[in-house]
Design a protein around this ligand. Structure first.
Ligand SMILES: Cc1ncc(COP(=O)(O)O)c(C=O)c1O
Length: 410
């Protein structure tokens, strides 16, 4: 396995040479990653050179539209979906909200929706609200000890009235990578559709959405080195079946039907910067061989995840052996993202985070909008957990520094 050149990847992020961030260790990447320089440059260029209404025949309007189209096409190729299966919306929460509005008019009273209590609320609350329209909500619950979802429980919940199953690719608290394909197959066998939240997964390597078999897959680019923008892939057949949520005259406009808020043109164009970053990392490590974007997606994903797992191992071991720590989720790196949550006996997570902040280490704390998961695990949602999350650009030295700081703080 090729080793990730951490110095190279860090050189692509202005934050790592920003004087005001000198000495800061970023361990809140599940909340938002640093932005790559290519994306910041794209955004800057768009505002300077093409900040007009796109898609008219005059320059710079024509050029603005071309950048937006190119961003969509490139993202689609990397995700292995057709380009009109990619929707850009303001955020994942906004995207699920719009789909819930569409489902309200598509489903019938008595139709069943399965939600989990492992998910972020963005992939739960909007579906639960459909109960008011007569839909029946079933909850697929985590094991309160392990925080994992058991597929046998899904089997018990699925039935001939099930229309939708919403679950996460990777919980923003538990960190387990769920076997999406196995679960989507079950969902499809039952005649339902699978809506999958990939927000806490995508920063660790873009997925092959076709291979996952999801009907709707969502993630947020501000956690994938990019702008504050939501990506939603949607199978063409689902797009055709669900009622239009855009202006009436856009009824046949595939990429406008589920984005009623006008898209942020500059941010869409800047997705090219994110793709440029991935291209740059790919070429640096694997050369400029003529392979498909899908091939690049899978090689980079493997490279990122291999690097992350190497750094994750000592951190999990450290937390697991600490007498006062309750580690949430698996204590092994297999099928686990480097999003690590824990509570400390007798300590408020906010105090632990504040003590780390004093050492210039940024970590998350609270329920991170996974309120129901906190309740399921017997953790008060108002105080929640301490969450440490990192990505491929995180250095081993930073992990060591984090563990030394934790040693003193806990
Ligand atoms: C797992 C997960 N799903 C969904 C969301 C919501 O994403 P957005 O902020 O784009 O609405 C988040 C945000 O933190 C998240 O972590």
């Amino acid at each position: 396995m090729i080793k990730l050149d951490t110095n190279f990847v860090r050189s692509q992020f202005p934050a790592f040479s920003e004087p005001s961030l000198e000495g800061f260790a970023h361990f809140e990447n599940a909340g938002g990653t640093f932005a790559c320089g290519q994306m910041i440059d794209s955004l800057h260029r768009y505002y300077r050179e093409t900040k007009v209404q796109p898609y008219y025949g005059f320059e710079p309007s024509h050029g603005a539209g071309l950048q937006m189209d190119r961003a969509r096409a490139r993202m689609a190729e990397w995700l292995n979906v057709a380009k009109d299966e990619v929707q850009f919306g303001p955020s994942t929460s906004q995207n699920t909200y719009v789909i819930a509005q569409a489902l309200q008019h598509h489903l019938e009273p008595g139709d069943e929706i399965i939600v989990t209590n492992q998910d972020h609320e963005a992939n739960v609350g909007v579906w639960r609200r459909l109960e008011a329209e007569g839909m029946v909500i079933r909850e697929w619950q985590v094991d309160p000890q392990t925080a994992q979802l058991n597929p046998a429980d899904l089997d018990r919940l699925l039935n001939k009235r099930t229309r939708v199953v919403a679950f996460t690719h990777c919980s923003n608290i538990v960190g387990s990578v769920n076997p999406v394909r196995e679960w989507t197959d079950k969902v499809h066998d039952a005649g339902a559709i699978a809506i999958v939240d990939g927000v806490s997964y995508a920063g660790h390597g873009l997925p092959d959405v076709e291979a996952l078999g999801t009907d709707i897959y969502l993630f947020s680019l501000y956690k994938v080195y990019g702008p504050h923008l939501g990506v939603m892939t949607m199978r063409k057949t689902i797009n055709e079946q669900l009622p239009n949520q855009g202006h009436f005259f856009n009824v046949d406009h595939t990429t406008a039907r589920f984005t009623p808020a006008g898209p942020d043109h500059a941010q869409i164009a800047s997705v090219n910067g994110v793709m440029d970053y991935f291209e740059a990392v790919y070429s640096h490590h694997f050369g400029d061989d003529d392979v498909t974007s899908l091939h690049k997606t899978s090689r980079l994903r493997a490279l990122f995840q291999h690097t992350e797992r190497r750094n994750l191992k000592p951190l999990l071991e450290f937390l697991n052996q600490h007498h006062a720590v309750r580690l949430i989720g698996k204590d092994a790196t297999k099928l686990r993202a480097p999003t690590v949550s824990f509570t400390v006996e007798g300590r408020d997570p906010a105090d632990v985070a504040a003590a780390l902040a004093r050492q210039k280490i940024g970590v998350g704390n609270g329920n991170c909008y996974a309120w129901r998961l906190m309740e399921a695990l017997g953790i008060p949602p108002h105080s929640g957990v301490v969450r440490l999350s990192f990505v491929h650009y995180t250095k081993k030295e930073e992990i060591d520094r984090l563990m030394e700081a934790l040693e003193k703080v806990l």
